[in-house]
Structure formats: structure tokens, C-alpha cells
Design a protein around this ligand. Structure first.
Ligand code: SF4
Length: 294
């Protein structure tokens, strides 16, 4: 991977089906590069970039803070161009501002649930813990606070997992909960789906084991859509989760993917016309027009 993460946009394959550089990438190195763009500390306060705040119907209605920046480059990713151009997207917010934005939405919409989504929420751990601390203090007005993660940071940062259990525990009075996404179980399809080198396929399983060992409240979401995951790979994923504990496997949320507008552009760039269709749709053209200059 090149030193500057401005070069890590979305994966593209050539006519022979080979990834163009810098793909496949190292997700640990991409974590560090993305942090330089989306995390900062000002006067001792931990800031993170976000683009917007809204409510959606999933989880029975939930207030959402849409954060910027990820350390994967999934080819079916629905997230807008902020994932690939983090330096050009969003504004920095401190934990208290995020908390207030979410509370405002909860108040006006009559909701008791909130989450950080849109990218990889764990990229700026101190900022995330700051938000969780505020939520925990007011936990009587929350049913649930969801952290949606691909697990790379959890696999590398034991301190984060240790701290997390104060706010998202299976055996304490907490409202935090991790939704851990597992994209692949075998190196080659993992690389195809995430744009990350196959050798890193185990990281989300290491994360699942750590969360389990620490009694963190979590469940695993697995992409089982047959367009992306074969039966053989699905079985490998389920076997690995069963090795942690059978309840981890039993609690899996199975994911089928909708071709959202940005996903269509990304899928076409890696030659997945079986999913996008041959013709470039109007919505896809519109996403291409919105794409920042490199
Ligand atoms: S982990 Fe999620 S946000 Fe990150 S690239 Fe994959 S689908 Fe997009």
C-alpha cells in the first residue's frame, strides 16, 4: 500500500480480473492512514469526523450518527464517497456534540435507541469511549446503543475491548452492544469481498473471541448472500464461530445485500456485472458525477 491513504479509494480490477494497485490492501495499515484523516485531539478532547445524523427504521427505529472512514474496502459497500475520500468529507465533532445530536433525534422521533454507523466506529477509540461514557451515564433513557464494526480494531486493541465492557456487558447494567460484521471465512473470497489481503481473514474471528472472553454484549452478522459467499465458505465461518461458542453461531444475523447506488459503482469496478447488470443505470451515473476528484 502506498504511504498516503488518499490513494486507497475503491477497488478496481483490470480486464484480466486482477486488482489494480494499491489493492489488495493491508487493513491494519489502512486503519492508521485513515485515523490521520478522521481522528484528532483538540485541547485534550477526542474528535471524530461525521457527515450527518438521522433516524432509520432498523432495530425498530434508531437514531444514527454517520461517521467517516473505514479500514476495509468492501466491493458491496453501501456507504457514500466519504468512505473513500475521508479527507474531503464530514466535520469533526467531540463526544458531547455527538451525544447531543443523537439525543435530539431521539427526543423528536420518540426513540430509545441510537448507534454509530456509516463507516468503522472504532477507528478513533478514545472518541468512541467518550460517547459511550455519556450514553452510560444516561442509560435509563436508552434501550440500546449499537456499535457496528468489522472487528479489525478489536483484534488489535485489547485495551479498547477491556474498556468497552464497562458500557456493553452481558452481565452488568449497560445498554451498549456490538454488531460484528464478518465478511469472509476463506482468504481468497475474503480478499475479493473486502479489498484486503487474504492473510487478514482471521482478524474478525480474533475480535469475536476477544469480545466473548471479555463478556462484551455482541452478535455476529454474516454476509450469506450466495452472490458473494459460497456454501463452503459459509460453513467455514459458522464452524469458526461455533469453536468460540455455539451460542455465537446460533445468534448470527444473516445478511443479504441490496445494491445501493454507491455499491453499484464499486461492484462494476470489480467486474460484477452479474449483480449490477450490463447497462449503467441513471442512479449509478449520478453517483459517478458526485464522486470527488482523486
Ligand atoms: S466494513 Fe462496512 S463500512 Fe467498511 S467497507 Fe465494508 S461495508 Fe463498507
Amino acid at each position: 500500500m502506498k504511504k498516503n491513504n488518499e490513494d486507497v479509494r475503491y477497488a478496481v480490477r483490470d480486464e484480466a480480473g486482477k486488482y489494480l494497485p494499491p489493492f489488495p490492501v493491508d487493513p491494519i495499515a489502512l486503519t492508521e492512514h485513515t485515523r490521520e484523516k478522521v481522528c484528532k485531539t483538540t485541547d485534550g478532547i477526542y474528535m471524530r469526523k461525521y457527515t450527518r445524523f438521522y433516524a432509520v427504521g432498523v432495530y425498530g427505529g434508531i437514531a444514527t450518527a454517520y461517521s467517516v472512514g473505514c479500514n476495509y474496502r468492501c466491493v458491496f459497500c453501501w456507504v457514500d464517497w466519504s468512505r473513500d475520500w475521508p479527507e474531503k468529507s464530514g466535520e469533526f465533532y467531540n463526544p458531547s456534540e455527538i451525544y447531543q445530536e443523537l439525543r435530539q433525534i431521539m427526543r423528536t422521533q420518540g426513540l430509545r435507541r441510537a448507534r454509530i454507523s456509516g463507516a468503522e466506529p472504532t477507528l478513533c477509540p478514545s472518541h468512541l469511549l467518550g460517547v459511550l461514557d455519556l450514553v452510560h451515564r444516561d442509560r435509563n433513557i436508552f434501550d440500546l446503543f449499537v456499535i457496528e464494526s468489522n472487528g479489525v480494531v478489536f483484534s488489535q486493541d485489547e485495551d479498547l475491548v477491556r474498556n468497552l465492557k464497562r458500557y456493553a456487558s452481558t452481565n452488568r447494567d449497560t445498554v451498549g452492544h456490538v454488531r460484528l460484521s464478518i465478511r469472509g471465512g476463506l482468504p481468497e473470497p475474503f480478499e475479493e469481498k473486502t479489498g484486503c489481503k487474504g492473510e487478514f481473514v482471521e482478524l474478525p474471528f480474533i475480535a469475536a473471541q476477544r469480545l466473548w472472553d471479555a463478556n462484551v454484549s455482541f452478535h455476529v452478522a454474516v454476509v450469506v448472500d450466495p452472490r458473494f459467499t459460497s456454501e463452503e465458505e459459509k460453513q467455514v465461518i459458522y464452524d469458526k464461530l461455533s469453536d468460540i461458542d455455539k451460542t455465537v453461531k446460533e445468534g448470527v444475523e444473516e445478511e443479504y445485500l441490496d445494491p445501493y447506488p454507491h455499491a453499484l459503482v464499486r461492484l462494476r469496478a470489480v467486474g460484477r456485472e452479474d449483480v449490477t447488470g450490463k447497462e449503467i443505470s441513471r442512479v449509478e451515473k449520478s453517483m459517478l458525477r458526485e464522486r470527488p476528484e482523486s
